[in-house]
Ligand binder design. Structure first.
Ligand code: PMP
Length: 483
């Protein structure tokens, strides 16, 4: 038997291919969550990192029945690029549960919500075009925007979601520069990663702004049905076109997914877009993958035709609600006073802000050594901000593991705080060291657990906010990193 050649070094390999790479690969970024998944699959690691739903809650007998009932030949065949009609009809039922009235003809089935973001960006963005997103934004969208060489401008948020005042200022600045964003990307409900929800007033203002300026808004709503408290708010889509209207949406593109209400493994998401955009989006989809998996689409169609999908969402809601309370209690017990975090009314994530002498990317290395993982805040920004923040997920680990994971994170944070105190002689464990100021509870959103109404002690105190605010003017408008 011939001996295997030893593997070459990765750097050497890259050098050999250097001349081949398209220029866009220079600005491509890896997805922090995808990278982390390689580590978090190890059974000894407690992962508060990914946005994984708890698929163990799905009834195995139902799973077996749905597989058994699939029409074999069709399930193994190609399907239409826009998706199977049965799935598009199921999608309209899911959207109706959030008061949206949609014609299945306007729905494109995508390979997860991720492909929905990809297709919209591919269809609308040329290199250097501006995409507006929230600060922080969905970490999985950052690599997509970077791949198409977009300039990502991120707008600050507070407990009521994206600041529409700040958005207006940014749009006015872009006007002065003779530029126009290609679209505004927002996750208004139970935002990933911040956990906050855009207030009704801001939703109305955003939709009015989109109409007035004829701007496309991509509303990404994977979590709307996972509400644990408070009353549902209308989606941007339903605000643009009320359910009883016969009009089409002009400016809101809506993206949804089965990932958090059924399964991410089926890779079924969707887009509902204004009519003129649909045809181009489908062309983009054809070029990407011809069609989404017919096999899993048949699974989804069968599930919605024969199972009590609303009861399953209720079940998931109960489990995640309990886990949200578990993680909030654990954070209060284990994190120092200098930390603050959001209190989501739904969804899967909490955004934690630590004192500004702690870098969460560095902290992650220590956390992994303790077999616990989170997503460092930097992954949620295209411009390097977010260094003192982290995203914690509470849907995928059992209650005791959530407690233990937070305890371990608390321990390493405490070690950092005590090192800082030793080195500087300054207090690090009190609110004095906090990176971001706190916080007001918002009507539709999340409050923050600690230090309400406290400001940073320094002269450049920021306005009260739930999140680590972008320092306005400092980074806004910069090219995405590496561009
Ligand atoms: N958008 C947001 C805001 C998300 O949180 C996610 C998944 N975590 C996605 C899109 C993509 O999910 P999927 O491709 O599994 O539908």
């Amino acid at each position: 038997m011939s001996e295997r050649r030893p593997p070459r070094s990765a750097a050497h390999e890259l050098e050999r291919y250097d001349g081949l790479f398209a220029s866009r690969t220079r600005v491509m970024r890896s997805s922090a969550m995808r990278d982390l998944m390689a580590v978090t699959v190890r059974p000894e690691v407690i992962s508060l990192a990914g946005g994984l739903p708890d698929t163990s809650t799905f009834d195995p007998a139902l799973f077996a029945r749905l597989l058994g009932e699939m029409p074999t030949a069709q399930a193994l065949q190609y399907g239409p690029s826009e998706g199977l009609l049965g799935v598009r009809q199921a999608i309209t039922r899911v959207m109706a549960a959030e008061d949206m009235d949609v014609d299945p003809e306007h729905v494109i089935v995508t390979t997860g919500g991720q492909q929905a973001i990809d297709l919209v960006t591919k269809t609308l963005v040329d290199p250097g075009d501006v995409v507006i997103a929230e600060a922080p934004t969905y970490p999985g969208a950052v690599p997509t925007f970077c791949s198409y060489e977009a300039e990502v401008i991120q707008i600050e948020m507070d407990a009521d979601g994206m600041s529409i005042d700040a958005l207006e200022e940014t749009l006015a600045r872009l006007d002065r520069e003779g530029r126009r964003p290609k679209f505004i990307y927002t996750i208004p409900t139970f935002q990933n990663p911040a956990g906050v929800t855009m207030s009704l007033e801001r939703r109305r203002r955003l939709v009015a702004l989109a109409r007035e300026r004829e701007l496309i808004v991509l509303e990404d709503n994977p979590y709307g049905l996972l509400r644990y408290e408070g009353d549902p708010l209308p989606t941007l889509r339903s605000l643009e076109v009320p359910a009883d209207s016969t009009e089409d949406n002009d400016f809101v593109i809506y993206a949804g997914t089965m990932s958090k209400i059924l399964s991410p493994g089926v890779r079924v998401g969707w887009l509902v877009a204004p009519r003129p955009l649909l045809a181009k989006l489908i062309l983009g989809k054809q070029a990407s993958d011809l069609c989404s998996s017919t096999l899993t689409q048949h699974f989804v169609a069968g599930y919605f035709a024969s199972a009590d999908w609303r009861a399953y969402i209720d079940e998931l809601r109960d489990v995640y609600h309990r886990r949200r309370d578990v993680i909030l209690d654990a954070l209060a017990e284990h994190l120092p006073a200098a930390a603050s975090w959001t209190r989501p009314h739904g969804g899967l994530f909490i955004w934690v802000t630590l004192p500004d002498f702690i870098n969460t990317t560095d902290l992650l290395a220590r956390a992994l050594a303790e077999n616990v993982a989170f997503v460092p805040g930097e992954a949620a920004f295209a411009d390097g901000r977010g260094q003192h923040s982290m995203r914690l997920n509470f849907s995928s680990e059992a209650d005791d593991d959530i407690r233990e994971g937070v305890r371990r994170i608390g321990k390493i944070v405490a070690e950092q705080v005590s090192m800082y105190e030793k080195l500087t002689g300054r207090p690090g464990a009190t609110a004095a060291g906090r990176a971001a100021t706190a916080v007001h509870g918002g009507a539709g959103g999340a409050g923050v657990e600690r230090g309400a109404a406290e400001n940073t002690p320094t002269g450049d105190a920021l306005p009260a906010n739930v999140l680590e605010l972008p320092r306005r003017g400092a980074t806004e408008g910069r090219r995405s990193r590496g561009a």
